[in-house]
Write a protein that binds this ligand. Structure first.
Ligand code: PSU
Ligand code: MN
Length: 305
């Protein structure tokens, strides 16, 4: 039995010609942003990649098929769909086996990208270790996936809704290189700095591509996490966002939100509390990550040729 995975004609052609391809996740569309901003952002991010010489490959499970590269109509359908499943490593195959539809998280998108032969993936924020994880054990499967699957993931760090120090510890334990791009500090999504130092720093997309290929040549499983700070003009400084996060986190506890529902709930609540400013920042950082991912993918194609 072979799993049903479908590459869009554009993605298939780009890969066959060793042209740069960058994977994109779909949970950010279905669970990370409200309609219609989610659709506009998805389109803008795809365009950002094309403008920077890379083919976009948005990944999602549609009617049991793992799609790598979506048509405009599929993107639109997903952006408007209600109650779509959020798929990670644990539930991806179950969803596909039942002919279901679901959006892929960072973990599931990495799996799809690796299957298709795509080495670079751009997103907003990765999952991590939640605050209070010493009690709840809530640690995102994204971290484990980074330890197993050879994809370089470009994000804007992790949200300060997470315990960032514990997140970095778990990544270190799993042997995942965490690389801040162009600065020493580990960025915190809406803020350029978290107050924590990143374990590694690189200033050049070519160096990031070389490190990825070297890791692969060594036969080491797993990928790299590149943390690209949000552009300065779109930043919400940590001091401003921290009280909002505290409020949202306590609201989540009060309403008994747990498991997979935690991240989407917090994102929605922070959006309300900042009157939409968090979403503007989110859109700016995803586009910024797409630009960097395109440059890394170009270097990867050159060095891999
Ligand atoms: N962080 C964000 N925006 C998101 C997510 C995380 O800033 O949309 C999504 C991603 O798809 C990520 C997932 O992989 O949430 C992590 O969910 P969990 O914490 O349940 O593993
Ligand atoms: Mn979780």
């Amino acid at each position: 039995m072979t799993a049903t995975i479908t590459l869009s004609p554009a993605v298939e052609k780009a890969l066959a010609e060793n042209r740069p391809v960058v994977a994109l996740e779909s949970t950010i569309i279905t669970h990370g942003m409200p309609y219609p901003q989610n659709l506009e952002t998805a389109r803008q991010v795809e365009q950002e990649l094309r403008d920077n010489g890379a083919e976009p490959a948005t990944i999602a499970v549609l009617d049991g098929v793992l799609h790598v590269g979506l048509t405009e109509a599929q993107l639109e359908q997903l952006a408007q769909a209600k109650g779509v499943a959020k798929l990670s490593r644990a539930d991806m195959a179950v969803c596909m086996s039942q002919g279901g539809t679901g959006a892929t998280t960072v973990a599931a998108t990495m799996i799809g990208a690796a299957q298709a032969g795509i080495a670079v993936f751009a997103t907003g924020g990765v999952g991590g270790v939640h605050k209070g994880a010493e009690m709840s054990f809530d640690v995102s499967a994204d971290l484990n996936e980074l330890a197993m699957t050879s994809v370089t993931v470009v994000c804007a760090g992790a949200k300060a809704i997470l315990d960032l120090a514990k997140t970095l510890e778990v990544l270190e334990t799993h042997g995942v290189p965490v690389i801040a791009y162009g600065q020493d500090g580990f960025p915190a999504f809406w803020s350029r700095n978290s107050g924590l130092r990143a374990p590694l720093r690189m200033d050049d997309p070519a160096a990031i591509a070389r490190a990825h290929l070297t890791r692969r040549a060594l036969g080491l499983p797993g990928g790299q996490l590149v943390a690209n700070p949000i552009p300065a003009d779109a930043e919400i400084p940590l001091a401003e966002i921290q009280p909002v996060i505290a409020q949202a986190t306590s609201d989540a506890q009060r309403h008994g939100i747990s498991g997979k529902a935690v991240t989407p709930y917090l994102l929605q609540r922070i959006y309300e509390l900042t009157e939409g400013r968090s979403l503007e920042a989110n859109i700016a950082l995803v586009r910024n990550n797409a630009r960097l991912a395109a440059r890394i993918a170009q270097e990867m194609s050159k060095q891999h040729a």
